[in-house]
Design a protein around this ligand. Structure first.
Ligand SMILES: [Zn+2]
Length: 169
């Protein structure tokens, strides 16, 4: 039987169970009720490595906690620490200067509901397939001020551009 954490008396009896099924105790000397201090459970590096892999899958945290036998609270804190350690700024590598060919693809989609048809324009660097601009809204074929602004943004950092946009309007 553990000693009382309050008065250190050995005069301790079992006193039922607490909500999670752990044994409750009562000190007969001072009346203090207590549960034996939970042993600090060390989570092994192997378990952490497995958790790191599972986190890359679309598995709910509760599922990972069950399979790896860790508490959801511990897992949430573990994930939070990982997120905090990730740099919030993305380092974009400088592009080589020169000719950039941009391809613009237009598609449309309903956004939110069937009545809300929106056009989606992607400006894509033909060489790297990187998306360099996105426009969601009205069709750019209207040649509205917004459409022209979008292209100005896409092309602002570019010295020389060829784009298929002009071909398709
Ligand atoms: Zn006591």
């Amino acid at each position: 039987m553990p000693n009382c954490p309050n008065c250190n008396s050995k005069d301790v009896v079992k006193n039922g169970f607490i909500h999670n099924g752990n044994q409750n105790h009562k000190c007969k000397a001072c009346g203090r009720q207590f549960v034996e201090a939970p042993r600090q459970k060390l989570i092994s590096e192997e378990t952490k490595a497995l958790i790191d892999k599972l986190l890359l899958e679309k598995i709910p945290l509760a599922g990972i906690a069950r399979v790896c036998d860790v508490s959801e609270t511990w897992l949430q804190n573990y994930v939070n620490r990982k997120y905090e350690a990730i740099p919030q700024q993305v380092n974009v590598s400088a592009k080589k200067k020169g000719r950039l060919t941009i391809q613009c693809d237009e598609m449309w989609s309903f956004v939110g509901n069937k009545g809300n048809k929106q056009w989606i324009w992607l400006a894509i660097d033909v060489d790297t397939r990187e998306i360099v601009g996105v426009h969601i809204g009205e069709s750019l074929r209207t040649r509205s001020a917004k459409a022209l602004e979008f292209f100005a943004q896409c092309l602002s950092s570019v010295c020389c551009c060829l784009y298929r946009f002009l071909e398709c309007i």
